[in-house]
Design a protein around this ligand. Structure first.
Ligand SMILES: [Zn+2]
Ligand SMILES: [Zn+2]
Length: 335
């Protein structure tokens, strides 16, 4: 079902998951977010039988609030592999785990519309899935992510997260670890601790701050309005987050995603948790969350070079997001 192949030139791993071709698609094929009216949503309350068997549920008043189950079309799997026929290249069996976490029983409710308390519960369940995956021998890296809307790769509109545990350390994480290591060797401190401090002090790229987190548009943002949410305390993975951090992260997510959704009508976005790969020391990496609004798509230059063309300077984008947050805050005060 699944096989991993390493690109011999770039060193990037590619997952071939032939089973994903069968995946149903709930959106109409156009740029607007419009669902096919005849699609049955497998993530809605009452349709629990449409998913694979449940692995975890969080209940309130006899009904589920959060459900976790194996992805019906896993990119990697616990028992699948295809035989590699070509020894010229590096390959691996696509062993791993791929789960879906449905974070609300309500079909059209979105992450930024949840209460702070509920976002906290979602983060806690994600943390527990991360910890569980990380303990498995074959897993080297756990990626938590959210695809919101068709332009961000979601095939089902009902709000959900995905957790994938893979048997390799992806290139992006390898490169990040190296940058952290080089910075520490040179300065003796953590790159992200220093970056967060610098962004708070500089202020022009900062979009939000509370006692636990700083959120800013990165200096060299690849995507327009890309936002990084960084804990002020040095934490290398979601597993290191205590009650306090989770509370502050929930506030940051609600405030920032509400603003992001106001940048443009029907805006789709991805959230990626950047966690430490397994087998590294706590000081080797600093956890952060990337919010990637999808305005325009990578095109020929980006695919050709791996470099991105971004039409909006981070300082200008940050000013826009700060204004949206300020206006929303004032609106809420008036109501
Ligand atoms: Zn639904
Ligand atoms: Zn740090």
């Amino acid at each position: 079902m699944s096989q991993m192949r390493k690109d011999i030139i770039s060193g990037e791993w590619v997952i071939f998951a032939s089973n994903r071709r069968k995946k149903p698609y709930a959106f109409k094929h156009n740029s607007k977010i419009r669902e096919n009216p005849d699609t049955v949503c497998p993530f809605c309350m009452g349709h629990e039988g449409c998913t694979t068997p449940e692995r975890f549920r969080l209940e309130k008043d006899g009904n589920w609030e959060i459900r976790v189950f194996k992805n019906m079309y896993p990119a990697v799997d616990d028992l699948c592999f295809e035989v590699n026929m070509d020894n010229f290249y590096d390959s691996m069996e696509g062993i791993g785990f791929h789960e879906v976490l449905v974070d609300t029983p309500v079909h059209n409710e979105e992450l930024h519309e949840f209460s702070w308390d509920h976002i906290e519960r979602v983060i806690k369940v994600l943390k527990s899935r991360f910890t569980l995956f990380e303990e498995m021998d074959e897993i080297k890296y756990v990626q938590i992510f959210k695809n919101n809307g068709p332009m961000a790769g979601a095939s089902i509109s009902h709000s959900h997260w995905q957790v994938i545990g893979v048997p390799i350390v992806p290139c992006e994480q390898e490169r990040a670890l190296l940058s952290f290591e080089n910075y520490r060797n040179k300065n003796g401190t953590c790159l992200m601790c220093d970056m967060a401090e610098h962004e708070i002090k500089f202020g022009e790229r900062l979009v939000f701050e509370n006692a636990g987190f700083a959120a800013f548009i990165p200096y060299a943002a690849k995507f327009s309005f890309e936002i990084w949410v960084v804990p002020k305390k040095h934490i290398s993975s979601i597993a290191g987050m205590g009650e306090e951090e989770i509370k502050y992260l929930a506030e940051a997510i609600k405030t920032i995603i509400s603003a992001v959704k106001d940048i443009k009508e029907d805006l789709c976005y991805n959230i990626c948790f950047q966690d430490i790969p397994k087998g590294h020391k706590d000081e080797d990496f600093h956890w952060y969350m990337r919010i990637l609004p999808r305005i325009g798509a990578p095109a020929g230059f980006e695919y050709g070079t791996g470099s991105y063309i971004n039409p909006i300077l981070p300082e200008t984008a940050a000013q826009t997001v700060r204004e949206i947050i300020k206006n929303k805050h004032n609106e809420n005060k008036q109501h």
